[in-house]
Design a protein around this ligand. Sequence first.
Ligand code: PLP
Length: 414
Amino acid sequence: MSLSRHNGILNIEDCAVPALAEQFGTPLYVYSRAAIESAWRAYDQAFADRDHLICYAVKANGSLAILQLLARLGSGFDIVSGGELARVMEAGGDPGRVVFSGVGKTEAEIVQALDVGILAFNVESEAELERIAAIALRKGLEAPVSLRVNPDVDARTHPYISTGLKENKFGIDIHRAEAIYRQAAAMPGIRVTGLDFHIGSQLTELDPLADALSRSLSLVDRLGDTGIGLAHLDIGGGLGIRYEDEQPPTPADLAERLAPLLADRPQRLLMEPGRALVGEAGLLLTRVEYLKPGHRDFAIVDAAMTDLLRPALYDAWQRIENAEPVDAEPRLYDIVGPVCESADTLGRARSLALVPGALLAIHGAGAYGFVMASQYNARPRPAEVLVDGDRAHLIRERESLEALWSGERLLEMP
Ligand SMILES: *Cc1c(COP(=O)(O)O)cnc(C)c1O
């Protein structure tokens, strides 16, 4: 584990967290290189006995240095926008290992992806299939396509991060997919290469994934009977991490559970983990500005929903701890930011020993943390540091005030 305590002081790898806060300021995102790389390797090793490709879901954390680390390990990438594709390329990722998901791919994004030669489009509707075909034909290319089916299984996770039920906007109804595959196989400009699903995020059970896979495999069999062979199966991402006391399955559990279903299947296996690779590798550091006792005791900190949106957006619980010992009695505090919204709460009723200036570490902040940061209330976005042993690399500068209005124009006034 990359986190440890020495004399009460929190360390990430061989760096003392208070020293990082001192050097780089707060609020600050800090990531462990070792934690990211070992999470990726655990996935890779779990599926070592079959042809596979891990396509890291860039939306979980798209910082260039993190993409660079994963690209160097040989990772592929799952993207949901042209911006993410550009980031992957900028970080040295291989476009031939990129799959493109998302329900709203624009014309420009499809052109961009065809131009660099991605591995596959995960197509989410018939209209998108037709658009991709038309663009590919115009360019004299064949677009590699896998259909994202919606297997209609309940991922048994938070409704906001569940995506595999038929009422969700994602994917193509699995009962309609066979007909659309036949259509796709006959379309000029389209090369059918695979099948994909992604049923949700922060999964703590494997049954829904196994159900989705068996439903998909029956479809693969029916397609095979009609002469449509697939080169890959993409099982999406979604494995959970430990925020509180969850016991999420490991990649090895996943591989073991799926192995009997996949036996004798010649297809290359793709997967799209995001959170499970980076989530536990990151901390958000924040300092207490004020204590405000009253009906509820508030600790007002220098991080906000603009830096870490999950608690406000999903009512998510993330562990908050002192980064170093504080000489005070523990009390129950609501940890809140300075933003003018009641939703700007990072944690409720947390037992902590606090004084103004105390340094707090918010755990599980490596995924869906910085990527969701905004400048609301004209707050510059935080800096990011990657720790590697006893070295700390600044991988993103704290946003400057000038950056808050870069690209804006004043009116010309007479
Ligand atoms: C968000 C997403 C992922 C990654 O989900 P995690 O829960 O972070 O593993 C993978 N695939 C698709 C299509 C996604 O939208």
